[in-house]
Design a protein around this ligand. Sequence first.
Ligand SMILES: *Cc1c(COP(=O)(O)O)cnc(C)c1O
Length: 411
Amino acid sequence: MNVAPDPKSMPQGTLLSPEAKQAAALAAATGVLTVDLDAIIANWRKLEKTAVPAECAAVVKADGYGCGAEQVARALAGAGCKTFFVATLDEARVVRAAAPAAAIYVLGGFFQNTGDAYAKFDCKPVIGDLNELAEWDVFCRRSGWSGGAAIHIDTGMNRLGLTVTEAQGIIPRINAGDHGITLVMSHLASAEMLNNPANARQLAAFREIASLFSGVPASLANSSGIFLGAQFQFDLVRPGCALYGINPTPEADNPMQPVVELKARIVQIRNVERGDTVGYGGTWTARRPTRIAVVSAGYADGYFRAASANDGTRGAEVIVAGKRCPIAGRISMDLTAVDVTDLDKNAVRRGHWVTLIGEGITADELAHHFGTIGYEVLTSLGKRYARVYKGGNATAAPPASPPAEPAAVPT
Ligand SMILES: *Cc1c(COP(=O)(O)O)cnc(C)c1O
């Protein structure tokens, strides 16, 4: 006999199937963020090919640039990525669970009393200070831990890293062997600018000091650095933004695939008369009888207020029913008004989904309106969105039957 349980006695989240849970989450969602793990894998493979024979690692700090460190690390580990970089120990814990066999470097480095956590998650600090190195050595000697560490050398960015002179002081230790250093690295300050002379200066400085760390793999390039040429690639490259579809070559077309799609819902449609203003401060005035779609995303969702429109300035655009429509007035905390006057009346209804990122609107384009870079658009993506992951099963053997349909995404 098939008895349906009384829904009131059904503890939410225990009896519901994952599909039912997802459907419920989508029905209630004000926004849906879709992360295409197959696109991330394709981007990683493209970078790997560009950098071969160097190893291609993956930077998954800040929750995988807002895309979900756990999901991204699992997908990339499945695709063959063997080394991950995170910023913090807590991020290392997440990546370790998703990628049990990978090497994990923690860019934020070592602090006293964090040694046990390094050993527990089997991750390696990126060390950029001689005191830090001394403390790490004490921890390793006392605990017997020999999981390895990277040495970060500053070659001109003046952020983290030993000076070149300090790094030279470590060379006798390297030559003595059994030094516990598994990587020597530096970071480029201006890699996205092809002709910035700082790139050649940093390359020359790093090449010289890294060559003294004989037998230790070397790494210099972030995403943009990979595209500066083979001499920047050394033994390992560390792409972040390019994995997530941000253009690593902003002076040229984007070689990467888009990864993120963001949709929000139309909460209300209203008609305003010519001369009426829309939104806080009344900064936007209707120049004709206007139809406004009020959309359920605002600056609290990472849709920055800086992209607002007013009478003097156009703001960001949103795709409604396949067409680009301009924002009207100030973006508020939870809501954004969009001018849909030019669309067919029946094409726009309450409850429809509109596209904030996707269908040709890139994170880089939004960043331009936000007055920032695509990185910050991704790492600011709101916590209120329902998240949907597509693909990500790179190594799975070809399925005998067609793979399960990805969860239905509202269109
Ligand atoms: C964040 C970071 C990267 C990745 O940089 P992208 O520009 O996102 O590719 C690489 N190396 C270091 C040291 C970083 O901090």
